[in-house]
Design a protein around this ligand. Structure first.
Ligand code: FE2
Length: 183
């Protein structure tokens, strides 16, 4: 494993081993993620490849007990996610290009409404999600003509987590499991 990623994994392992509460884990993972994406010189090409139709999620590391996972998220030009949740903490670090995150909330009526302004991430920027700080968003490549890549860490083996996509027009909720593009 590449040295920068190894250092990140070691830091997150220590945080999780310490049994820290979520605010502490998020603060620590955010700081470590900031260091990981401060330089774009380490991500192997095979986990940086876009797909012409679908954004790709390549597994970079799965903690042996499934307590956390690290993924490279590769956006082809103009690609975007549906509105979705995570159900566990997640920390996003922008490595290359840019992405736009729009927060959403689900009203008691089931309506799916945007919960705040869009945030544009530049290389080096870090964002976080979780059921306690806001877990529902839509993310898109900020560019219509180039690839963007962000690195995500999640408090579970995210490719196996049952989570949800939300239809903004109808409020319909659908369960999904993302899997990994390379595993
Ligand atoms: Fe997300």
């Amino acid at each position: 494993m590449e040295k920068r990623l190894r250092e990140f994994v070691d830091e997150v392992t220590a945080l999780v081993d310490a049994g820290s509460d979520e605010p502490r884990v998020l603060a620590g993972v955010r700081a470590a993620m900031g260091r990981l994406v401060a330089r774009d010189d380490w991500l192997p090409d095979e986990v940086a490849r876009p797909h012409p139709q679908y954004y790709q999620q390549y597994l970079l590391y799965r903690e042996p007990a499934g307590r956390f996972s690290v993924v490279s998220f590769v956006w082809g030009p103009g690609q975007k996610t549906p509105v979705h949740d995570h159900t566990v903490w997640g920390v996003i670090g922008m490595l290359r290009g840019g992405e736009v995150c729009a927060p959403y909330r689900i009203e008691p009526s089931g309506a799916v409404v945007q919960a705040g302004p869009e945030v544009r991430l530049q290389p080096g920027d870090v964002e976080a999600v979780s059921p306690t700080i806001g877990d529902v968003h839509r993310v898109s490549n900020a560019f219509a003509d180039r690839v963007s890549i962000s690195i995500h860490a999640y408090g579970a083996d995210i490719g196996k987590v049952r989570r949800h996509v939300f239809d903004t027009a109808t409020g319909a909720v659908k369960e999904f499991v993302s899997g990994y593009s390379n595993a």
